[in-house]
Design a protein around this ligand. Structure first.
Ligand code: PGA
Length: 241
């Protein structure tokens, strides 16, 4: 696992987009692993701008998203499907049949099975991760053990509080989600975790502090990955030291 400290969030987003674009240019039918939340927005902006300038093409690209709230249909403004439509899918020439998402209102076990079968055949070429204030990746919350496969998870109180900003009332935040597990995440050929903001300092500080892998700090599993990068900006790095 390597760490890159950049000058700013904008620079982190640019570097991340360049890493994705490199995969898109060099792999015949790339599978991109995508995440949501506020942190990857800068990367999606770079990708959509580069697409409008004719620099990249998505017609041969496949995508898979990490997670989704249970109970939210794609038409709900806070579902991750809606987020993807808004920030990427509607702006580039990705074929709808090449985008794999969890259906928040589908039967959960069937959704997990579909994801696990897909991932066992097709590891991702590159995966972007954000990180929760509590160190979660996807919706793999701190727990006594890691969960390997795609599964239904009860969201941690920390996560519900952090995500309440996107909903009218905290009671509206779904209590459950479906998330890709650690097998899918760690099998990606390249994993990039991007973090910005002081709220992430505790988790990133703990991640970089030692060589331990601890299910109470889910992001620590990235230490087993062949090719994982932690992308943080100077403000966050200064705060950790
Ligand atoms: P954020 O969420 O990018 O909105 O901070 C990250 C996450 O919870 O994984």
């Amino acid at each position: 696992m390597k760490t890159i400290v950049t000058g700013s969030y904008a620079e982190s987003s640019r570097i991340l987009a360049d890493m994705f674009e490199c995969v898109m240019r060099t792999v015949e039918e790339p599978l991109l692993g995508l995440s949501t939340g506020s942190t990857p927005l800068g990367m999606y902006q770079c990708l959509t701008e580069d697409y409008s300038r004719g620099l990249i093409d998505f017609s041969h690209v496949h995508t898979i998203n990490l997670d989704e709230y249970v109970g939210l249909p794609r038409s709900h403004s806070q579902s991750f499907g809606y987020y993807m439509d808004k920030h990427l899918f509607s702006k580039v020439n990705l074929l709808p049949e090449n985008t794999l998402l969890i259906d928040g209102v589908g039967e959960p076990e069937a959704q997990c099975r579909r994801y696990n079968e897909f991932l066992s055949q097709s590891p991702m070429d590159i995966l972007v991760l954000g990180i929760g204030n509590n160190g979660h990746i996807g919706f793999n919350e701190p727990d006594d053990a890691f969960c390997a496969s795609t599964h239904v998870v009860e969201l941690a109180d920390d996560t519900i509080c952090a995500n309440a900003r996107f909903f009218e009332r905290i009671e509206d935040v779904p209590r459950h989600a479906i998330t890709m597990g650690m097998a899918g995440i760690t099998q990606a050929r390249e994993v990039v975790l991007i973090a910005t903001g002081m709220a992430k300092a505790k988790a990133i500080g703990a991640l970089l502090a030692d060589d331990k892998i601890d299910p109470r700090l889910p992001c620590s599993i990235l230490k087993v990955c062949q090719n994982a990068t932690i992308l943080i900006d100077k403000d966050l790095a200064d705060y950790i030291q």
